[in-house]
Design a protein around this ligand. Structure first.
Ligand code: SF4
Length: 454
């Protein structure tokens, strides 16, 4: 269906075709769902809220709860103060959350609603909390919305009592619940007491119990967010998504932080493990060393099938940086690497990886779109495409093997439950990448070379 994409690439500055990102409130909603007993609230019209909930529900195959200020023409002209006040009262009365996390939309940002003052004037029931973040969708992407909401929670809740709580705060960034479980497991093996913020495990991968629970067991508690200022330190994962929240915590509460890439692949997982070792001052356990060894063994075994294969990778910046680093560790050539999030730092990080591994003729671009990626592929094809479901049309049109990874994956099941981070996640990725290439080999090979053993 994308067969008519033209080969000729023309310079564009004010137009995105098939964007490789979504809008800020989606990120704000996802961050808020990682807080226990929290109702994400969309301060705008119902259509925005429906879209944001839908994309999250379709990726996680779980209900993504959220409420809306339900703007109509009146609020658009006179402002949404009465909408948010009435909404907060109704939400606390009817749905009884511990926290309402309000994010703005394009409309409420454009009319200039001052949520800080609206919330200050609200009649909030005893023991309940309302926080907010500004998430205008005409700048940034869902990634900005995610860290803006994190900072919204911290601005309202975090304190410093002066007594160290002995915990290491981990900001896992935008990853799936399966990834958070794996990051927690590694921290547990390293004997590091942690607070993960936000933490969607147990919320967007809640088990089926036969009973609907609007606020499942998982999520970072309000007390844990309050205590972030008393942490031993912060490990912020994802150099794009983690930098601003970690910097805020340092500026306001002098909490030191270590900023690391998303631990995808050998090198980046090593960095996470070493950062945990600095916190716990214990040796890396044999269990984790053995996992790493199994991964390296698998990389050696499969190397002949991945070496010098050209791959195009697209998606959210930190996940893409991790996948690019791992593709290079697998001996692949990341020919095209793009993100839709407008962060120049992304391009610098990817180009530094190209230089480190000595690969040439590769392109990295932030604020890019899938139309342009498709045009590049039409001019110089690749052996594999890795990214969200939105790549499937390019893969079909160009007949390229395609591996779904990142957000959103709308047309496959089980992904959010499985990690791509850590040594275990990397083993899963090697299996998927190698096997998708071997499936293609088997499909195309002549009968006399169609082997049982590869
Ligand atoms: S109007 Fe803005 S906030 Fe609403 S769905 Fe569109 S881009 Fe997102």
């Amino acid at each position: 269906m994308l067969d008519l994409t033209p080969k000729t690439v023309k310079e564009r500055s004010a137009l995105r075709v098939n964007p490789c990102k979504t809008c800020q409130p989606v990120g704000a909603m996802y961050a808020a769902l990682g807080v226990k007993g929290c109702m994400p609230h969309s301060h705008g019209s119902q259509g925005c809220c429906s879209y944001h909930r839908t994309v999250l529900s379709r990726h996680f195959k779980e209900p993504a709860i959220a409420s809306s200020s339900s703007f109509t023409e009146g609020a658009s002209v006179f402002g949404g103060r009465s909408n948010i006040s009435t909404a907060a009262k109704n939400i606390f009365d009817m749905y009884d959350p511990d926290i309402i996390a309000v994010h703005t939309t394009c409309l409420s940002e454009t009319i200039g609603d001052d949520l800080g003052s609206y919330i200050m004037d609200m009649d909030i029931p005893e023991g309940k909390i309302v926080v907010h973040a500004n998430t205008p969708s005409y700048v940034g992407s869902h990634i900005n919305g995610f860290f803006n909401m994190m900072m919204g929670f911290m601005n309202y809740l975090t304190k410093k009592t002066g007594t160290n709580n002995g915990k290491t705060a981990v900001f896992p960034g935008w990853v799936n619940p399966g990834d958070i479980r794996e990051l927690k497991r590694i921290a547990g093996l390293m004997n590091v007491p942690t607070t993960f913020f936000p933490d969607q495990s147990g919320v967007l991968d809640a088990p089926m119990t036969g009973k609907y629970d609007m606020y499942p067991e998982g999520g970072t508690t309000a007390e844990e967010i309050q205590g972030l200022g008393d942490s031993e330190g912060v490990i912020a994962l994802g150099e794009i998504i983690g930098a601003e929240p970690a910097e805020l915590l340092k500026k306001k509460w002098k909490t030191p932080y270590t900023l690391l890439p998303m631990p995808v692949g050998v090198t980046y997982t090593d960095q996470y493990v070493l950062a945990l070792r600095r916190q716990s001052k214990t040796e890396v356990p044999a269990e984790l060393e053995a996992e790493r060894g199994r991964l390296v063994d698998l990389l050696l075994d499969s190397h002949q099938y991945t070496y010098q294969k050209n791959v195009a990778i697209f998606g959210d910046p930190d996940v893409v940086i991790g996948l690019t680093s791992f593709a290079l560790e697998m001996g692949m050539t990341p020919k095209y690497v793009i993100t839709g999030t407008p962060k120049g730092e992304f391009t610098r990080r990817i180009e530094a990886l190209f230089a480190k591994y000595g690969v040439t003729g590769c392109t990295a671009k932030a604020n890019a779109d899938l139309f342009e990626l498709h045009q590049w592929i039409k001019n110089e094809p690749v052996d594999l495409l890795i990214g969200s479901t939105y790549g499937k049309q390019i893969a079909r049109s160009e007949d390229i093997p395609f591996l779904r990874a990142g957000f959103p994956v709308l047309d496959r099941y089980g992904g959010p439950l499985q990690p791509i981070v850590g040594y275990a996640g990397a083993i899963r990725l090697v299996e998927q990448i190698t096997n998708v290439l071997l499936d293609r080999f088997d499909r195309d090979v002549s009968d006399e070379d169609f082997e049982i053993v590869l």
